[in-house]
Design a protein around this ligand. Structure first.
Ligand code: ATP
Ligand code: MG
Ligand code: MG
Ligand code: MG
Length: 439
């Protein structure tokens, strides 16, 4: 993309309404625009990052054998009356009446709709296990929308639902989700720690939240610092291998790591003092096994091997895709702007032309631009007639991992400058070498 033809409305000033760094940088980098409280337009740069995260989530879910579909944002209240949640859900639910006076709602989550799909089409245990998921907009009328896309009212979420014949199978589905989530966050350049969370009024069920440690996080967390040393890395995973998924789950959840709701001071104090941590975290996902909570009242049963109907064991598993954009920035920035991890960057590389209009410099930039595109990369070429300082400031703000700077002085010696956004280190080399380094 040539910046002269792009739509990147960067702001020079810090917007007064932004209290945290990710919100500030997302506004300044022209990624989002608030339309009304907690509701945002995703401008081209922000939209690109959102799509990248969405793709990673899709890839990792499908790698785990989970099947994508798409459910609507608007739902009928009647389904929620069946599950008993219509009255319980409270003021976070946006309730709508259509022209015929029918009660509708903008879905805050989809357990009811997916259970309705399941019961309409699945009747035998032979069709299990089944995991269906979608990535769709949700609406929750948050009492205090804030921090930009971190706590929006409209937000983009991946929610997956598992259907199994037995609790044992359902717990394998749970472990599979835990492992696939770890992979997902690692690909995004993030560490998200699974922490034992509160299962709410039902109690006794299994649930973990995934938390990104950040001072601006809204959750209070307590953990053994040794958990931060564990990585999934590049290990081979067979998602059908129950013992493997189980052992990874155990590896990542054996040490103490809990949110304040389940925090146990006595247990916590058994951790060697030097490793005890209390901190803030951003909830970027949650996995939940809840048994037959929805299948029983909504009649989602299958015929078991003995011919008798059994309610299916279910779980639901969410990732906050739009919140992750903010969470990644909270975890990766400096005082000049965002520092995108390679896996999620909106453009792979920036090209800065230091003397727009100079025949040689323009030609060299065009060549680099074409060479990067030829190897399948997506560069952003700042071809505007602006002073160098402004161009550098924009590149630093939008945080692309690499910048290739081309000026008349370097070209005379046959070199351009390659700069790493993360380390700030600049090295002179030939244009060909720079292209090779970036690719
Ligand atoms: P929170 O505790 O932050 O209110 P939640 O526990 O209510 O979140 P879940 O129902 O677990 O949310 O939804 C799955 C994921 O969706 C969350 O882990 C979070 O990442 C994301 N999410 C929830 N609410 C919002 C919101 N208002 N804005 C952006 N993302 C959200
Ligand atoms: Mg909530
Ligand atoms: Mg929560
Ligand atoms: Mg949650």
């Amino acid at each position: 993309m040539r910046l002269s033809r792009y739509f990147l409305p960067v702001l020079k000033e810090n917007p007064a309404e932004a209290q945290i760094v990710s919100h500030r940088y997302m506004l300044r980098a022209g990624m989002i625009k608030q339309q009304t409280a907690g509701i945002y337009s995703w401008l081209p740069l922000g939209f690109k990052v959102l799509r990248k995260l969405e793709n990673i989530v899709h890839e990792e879910q499908q790698r785990a054998g989970h099947i994508p579909l798409l459910m609507p944002t608007l739902q009928s209240a009647d389904l929620w009356r069946e599950s008993g949640r219509y009255d319980d859900y409270g003021e976070e639910m946006l309730r709508i009446t259509d022209r015929h006076g029918r009660d509708m709602l903008y879905g805050p989550t989809n357990e009811e709709v997916i259970t309705d799909i399941f019961r309409a089409h699945v009747s035998s245990y032979k069709d299990l296990p089944l995991t269906l998921y979608h990535i769709q907009w949700k609406f929750r009328d948050e009492i205090r929308p804030r921090f930009g896309v971190m706590r929006g009212r409209e937000f983009f979420m991946k929610d997956g639902y598992t259907f199994d014949l037995t609790k044992e199978d359902a717990l394998h589905a749970y472990n599979r989700h835990l492992v696939s989530y770890l992979r997902t966050y690692e690909r995004m350049g993030l560490q998200a720690l699974p922490m034992r969370a509160d299962s709410g009024p039902i109690g006794g069920d299994d649930t973990h939240e995934f938390l990104v440690l950040a001072d601006t996080g809204e959750s209070e967390v307590f953990y053994d610092n040794a958990v931060t040393d564990i990585r999934l890395g590049a290990r081979e995973i067979d998602y059908d291998d129950k013992p493997q998924c189980q052992s990874i789950m155990e590896e990542f959840t054996a040490l103490y790591a809990r949110t304040d709701e389940t925090h146990d001071e006595a247990l916590f104090n058994q951790i060697p003092e030097a490793r005890r941590r209390s901190a803030r975290g951003i909830e970027v996902g949650q996995i939940f096994y809840f048994g037959t909570k929805y299948s029983e009242p909504m009649g989602a049963t299958v015929q078991g091997p003995d011919g008798k109907p059994v309610p299916v064991h279910m779980g639901s598993h969410g990732i906050g895709v739009s919140r992750l954009v903010g969470a990644i920035i909270e975890a990766s920035h400096d005082d000049k702007g965002i520092i995108w991890p390679e896996g999620v960057t909106p453009f792979h590389c920036g090209i800065v032309n230091l003397k727009q209009g100079d025949e040689d410099v323009d030609a060299a930039c065009n060549q680099i631009y074409a060479a990067l595109r030829a190897v399948g990369l997506d560069p952003l070429y700042d071809d505007r007639k602006e002073r160098a300082g402004g161009k550098f400031a924009t590149m630093d703000l939008i945080g692309l991992p690499w910048r290739i700077t081309v000026g008349p002085r370097g070209l005379k010696n046959g070199v351009v400058e390659l700069t790493s956004r993360r380390t700030g280190e600049s090295v002179e080399m030939s244009a060909e070498e720079a292209v090779k380094k970036v690719a």
